[in-house]
Write a protein that binds this ligand. Sequence first.
Ligand SMILES: NC(=O)c1ccc[n+]([C@@H]2O[C@H](COP(=O)([O-])OP(=O)(O)OC[C@H]3O[C@@H](n4cnc5c(N)ncnc54)[C@H](OP(=O)(O)O)[C@@H]3O)[C@@H](O)[C@H]2O)c1
Length: 310
Amino acid sequence: MQVVGVEQFGGPEALAVHDVPEPHAGSGSVRIRVEAFAVNPTDTGVRAGQRDSSKASPPYVPGMDAAGVIDQVGSDVSGWAVGEEVMAMALPLSTHGGAYVQELVAPVGSFARVPRGLSAALASTVPMNGLTALQILSRAELEPGQTLAVTGAAGLLGNYVVQLARAAGITVIADAAPQDEALVRSLGPDHIVPRGDGFADAVRAIVPGGVDALADAAVQRDAVVDAVRDGGVFLDVRGWAGDGSRGIRFEQVMVFEEYRSFDKLEQLRHAVESGTLTPRVAEVLPAARAGEAHERLEAGGTRGRFVLVW
Ligand SMILES: NC(=O)c1ccc[n+]([C@@H]2O[C@H](COP(=O)([O-])OP(=O)(O)OC[C@H]3O[C@@H](n4cnc5c(N)ncnc54)[C@H](OP(=O)(O)O)[C@@H]3O)[C@@H](O)[C@H]2O)c1
């Protein structure tokens, strides 16, 4: 089968299509014929050699999100059949490897049916960021009516956090640049404040004591932590342990822990089917143009996901 990966870690140009032996569904797993896979920011770290690759061998294959059709079912697997359309989370640099592949071996629990009527391209944007958003909300431990601020609300993770938080009855304050205001408004936050410098002050102008929790999808950390009330929760997505200030609980969000969170994938499927969650594709490109997708993603300004297809 073909995969997109790197023989040597490097820039976007290091990505190329490689031939590797075809994998097969083993015990407890199915094989998915991948139709579409999403390009996420973390994929650029895999490509550049910024992740632990000690358990993998070249070509190193990025990718955490795929959608396609089951074409093999492990002999001990029940409840799944060849031909079913599914969306899956993948773990690059681990046993089954990343999602930039034609055939993905996926353990039961790591995939769920594609939301009714959704294309494979749109479905491929749901699993990893949806699971991350659910982990953020779970760790925030907010009751309906409590307040959550979201930075990077125009990004895909921010989109999902805003929409799922609103659906849970949480009061949401989202950031937006002027050019993103219509997009962010469409997600239904209670308040929108300008992104960047002044975010914390703008949040405090709405909630003078500070918000109960902050989901920092823009990774602004010190620059925005003042938006959180004393004893509130700061949710970091890139491993910041925080500065221990004002009794704030600093949570390091880690979607790898959600690899087999089937019930949450089902929750996401229902959220898409009910219109609560809006998958967003920036552009669909052929798999061979993965390098271009990485380059454009790293340049910033992408809204929705680049999705690659075979
Ligand atoms: N820990 C985990 O398990 C986990 C899981 C999923 C995602 N993540 C991380 O979560 C982050 C967000 O992911 P994503 O997919 O939503 O990325 P994304 O789609 O690129 O969104 C990031 C958003 O933040 C904005 N932004 C960047 N710098 C900013 C700044 N200084 N001030 C205000 N806004 C800024 C970006 O705007 P521009 O495009 O205009 O720069 C964009 O709207 C990434 O770092 C990703 O790696 C972590």
